[in-house]
Design a binder for this molecule. Structure first.
Ligand code: COA
Length: 158
C-alpha cells in the first residue's frame, strides 16, 4: 500500500448517531461505554482511511464526560488525525450532543485515541507521514508528539 504523505483533511470524519433507550440507564442518561464505543469506532475509521491497512486501538487517553447525553439526543462525533509516528496514529475525537427538539448542541467529550497499523501478519506496519498544510496542523502535530512521548514514558513506568 502506498506510503504517500496525506493530510488530516484526507481522513477526517463526522458521524451522527441517535441515542435510544437501549443505550441508556433507567433515568435516560446514555452509558459512558456507549459513547466510548462510538469514539473508538470513528477513530478506527479515520486511522484506516489514513493508513489503508488494518488498524487497532492501542490506547484511549483519559476521557472526560463533561455533560450528560440523553436518550433522543443525536451524538455528533468529529475526528481527525493529529500526529503519526512509524506505525501509530493519534486521532482526536470531539463529541457533541444535539437536542433534536431545539437544535442546541453541547460539547460532551473529547478524547485522544492511538491506533496502530498492522501488516498482514498482525505486526505494526509503517503508515504514511502527515502532510502539515495549515498552522493549526503544525500546532496539533507538535502537541501530539509531546503526548506520544508522555505515553511512552508512562508505559515504561507501568
Ligand atoms: C497495539 C499493539 C499492536 C502494539 O504492539 P507491540 O508489539 O507493543 O508493538 P510495539 O511496541 O512495536 O509498538 C508499535 C507502536 O505502537 C505504539 N504503542 C504500543 N502500545 C501503545 C499504547 N498502549 N498506547 C499508545 N501507543 C502504543 C508504539 O509507540 C509504537 O508506535 P510507533 O511504531 O509509531 O513508534 C499491541 O499491543 C496490540 O495488538 N494490542 C491489542 C489491540 C487491540 O486488540 N485493540 C482493541 C481492538 S481494535
Amino acid at each position: 500500500m502506498s506510503l504517500e504523505p496525506k493530510s488530516a483533511e484526507d481522513s477526517r470524519a463526522e458521524m451522527t448517531v441517535r441515542m435510544f433507550p437501549s443505550d441508556a440507564n433507567p433515568a435516560g442518561n446514555v452509558f459512558g461505554g456507549e459513547i466510548l464505543k462510538q469514539i473508538d469506532l470513528i477513530a478506527g475509521l479515520v486511522a484506516q482511511r489514513h493508513c489503508r491497512k488494518n488498524a487497532v486501538t492501542a490506547s484511549i487517553d483519559r476521557v472526560n464526560f463533561l455533560k450528560p447525553v440523553l436518550v433522543g439526543n443525536a451524538l455528533i462525533m468529529n475526528a481527525r488525525i493529529n500526529y503519526v509516528s512509524r506505525s501509530s496514529m493519534e486521532i482526536e475525537v470531539r463529541v457533541e450532543a444535539e437536542n433534536l427538539m431545539n437544535g442546541t448542541r453541547i460539547l460532551t467529550n473529547t478524547a485522544f485515541v492511538t491506533s496502530v497499523a498492522l501488516d498482514d501478519f498482525g505486526k505494526p506496519a509503517s503508515v504514511p507521514s502527515l502532510l502539515l498544510v495549515t498552522e493549526d496542523d503544525k500546532k496539533r502535530f507538535a502537541e501530539g508528539e509531546q503526548r506520544m512521548l508522555q505515553r511512552k514514558r508512562e508505559r515504561r513506568t507501568n
